[in-house]
Design a protein around this ligand. Structure first.
Ligand code: GAR
Length: 189
């Protein structure tokens, strides 16, 4: 059984979807959800779905081995589902090609520090893009720059608001993220 730990900072719609997707799998399971935000809705969602969840603070993440040790002991893969902190190098090195992130844009466009959630969709509207999409990629030491695993685009209409785009991206994420995670794990072992 390959064990996934999810790191998330927000609402947790992706986390919920991933947990449900692997619920009956005999090969892959979500064993842990960790968040750097104590009040994040994702923690409640995970607990409700029967997955152990807990909170850590930014300083212990950056400056101690606490989170690293938990991940090393309890996970084979790490999935970032709306997680907004940079991953310490020690964790990246300990999980080569085993940390997967989803980004709500077609990288390399609209990536980097500060480009997350609605900031991305607002920028897409401002620049009158005709398409946006999702990128699922491995995580390296730079924000949003690891090797791309999967991308899917969606049309952006002239009349679309940032909220409309967010909704389209949400649908793409729900349809694709768990399947791509599954494929990576089954292929890479
Ligand atoms: C998702 O849209 C994800 O792509 C994005 O945050 C949202 C989290 O939603 N991630 C980033 O912007 C990372 N730079 P959720 O908490 O409902 O899953």
């Amino acid at each position: 059984m390959k064990r996934i730990a999810i790191l998330a900072s927000g609402t947790g719609t992706n986390t919920e979807n991933i947990i449900k997707y692997f619920k009956n799998s005999s090969l892959i399971s979500v064993t842990l959800v960790l968040s750097n935000k104590k009040e994040a809705k994702v923690l409640e969602k995970a607990t409700r779905l029967g997955v152990t969840s807990s909170y850590f603070d930014k300083n212990s993440f950056r400056n101690t081995n606490a989170v690293f040790t938990i991940l090393k002991e309890q996970a084979d893969y790490i999935v970032l589902a709306g997680f907004l902190l940079k991953i310490p190098l020690k964790i990246i090195e300990a999980f080569p090609n085993k940390i997967i992130n989803i980004h709500p844009a077609l990288l390399p466009k609209y990536g980097g520090k500060g480009m997350y959630g609605m900031h991305v969709h607002n920028a897409v509207v401002k620049n009158r893009e005709t398409a946006s999409g999702i990128t699922i990629h491995y995580v390296n030491e730079n924000y949003d720059e690891g090797a791309i695993i999967f991308q899917k685009s969606v049309e952006v209409l002239v009349c679309d608001t940032a909220e409309d785009i967010a909704q389209k991206i949400h649908v793409l994420e729900q349809e694709n993220f768990p399947k791509v995670i599954e494929k990576v794990i089954l292929e890479n072992g």
